[in-house]
Design a protein around this ligand. Sequence first.
Ligand SMILES: CC(=O)N[C@H]1[C@@H](OP(=O)(O)OP(=O)(O)OC[C@H]2O[C@@H](n3ccc(=O)[nH]c3=O)[C@H](O)[C@@H]2O)O[C@H](CO)[C@@H](O)[C@@H]1O
Length: 365
Amino acid sequence: MTQAPLLVIAAGGTGGHMFPAQSLAEVMLARGWRVKLSTDDRGARYTGAFPKAVEIDTVPSATFARGGILAKALVPFRIAGGVLSALTKFVSDKPAVVVGFGGYPAIPAVAAATLLKLPRMIHEQNGVLGRVNQAFAKRVNTVACGTWPTTLPQGVEGYYVGNPVRGAVLEKHAAPYIPPGDYPMELLIVGGSQGARILSDVVPDAISRLPEHMLSHLRVSQQARPEDLDRVTEFYHTQGIQADVRPFFDDIPTRMSEAQLVISRSGASTVADISVIGRPSILIPYAAAAGDHQTANARGLVEADAAVMIPESQLTPESLAEQIYNVLAHPQGATMMAHAALSVSKPMAAEELAALVEELAFNKQ
Ligand SMILES: CC(=O)N[C@H]1[C@@H](OP(=O)(O)OP(=O)(O)OC[C@H]2O[C@@H](n3ccc(=O)[nH]c3=O)[C@H](O)[C@@H]2O)O[C@H](CO)[C@@H](O)[C@@H]1O
């Protein structure tokens, strides 16, 4: 009996990097493939939600972005060790395709696939290539993009597949939108997988400036970093605003589908979730993101008139209150924003990515 082909997914890091990798793993298993995840020690801690059928290969990797002088001096040796370890594994495993999702934990597997000339591709979630994907873009067979347009090196052609979202998000694809009105309204505030302090600083104050008739109908779900939890909860309480404040919501797809408006960072997965579910949003890109990629991520929704973008430099309680009011006071406009978000969504991203993987495995070898 011939064995099912093996896909090696090289990824690491937190939610934004791991969710798309996880979606691809789920789809490839459903298509009868075997799947291994190649990551480093740190990445291995975030693999809890991966299907149990995915074997985890831990290989050493390292980054120059963290650690002291000694740790930095050891980076090339750790990476070389990781590449050697991935090479050894690949010689016996013979993967049909290797897909890198960016980030330094992806380096050993993608480098080993390059050295062995295995069919290989990268998927970039953001509108600007990350450093690791930048280094490999010209050395892989295919560059798949989660955001469009994505700035690519000269001569490199990208395939726009979108960012795969979790199954729970897909279940809420195009969930009917109830426009804002004189009944309970939900406001969802998310700051990416780690939360964002600036949203705790500005959003509660902005909401408290809305007119009383609007406030009395509002229910807020706000993600706040653990250290901000008490002050945000306390603020809403003293203002008499109904609010559920937590460091992480496990039921974002449900909350987002019930929201009249989402206020958020523009991390790649959050933007994909908002588009696939189809909700109006106010996006505040993380200004310090590498290459300003969160501004690039927000562009698709903003240009489709599905979202309003407020740069951090212009974010004040007053400017935000005005934008929140504009959406909640105009049900028709809000509904158009929700539809516009859907119009730029890529609900089949994982399937499109899977199709590229199979094309590489079966047509180009
Ligand atoms: C601060 C930072 O550098 N963030 C980067 C990180 O994203 P980061 O992981 O911060 O954020 P993303 O928006 O990409 O993903 C967050 C995911 O977590 C979910 N969620 C969030 C909050 C919550 O309470 N519950 C929950 O389930 C969101 O719905 C989303 O699906 O990697 C992304 C992909 O390279 C980049 O685009 C981001 O710029």
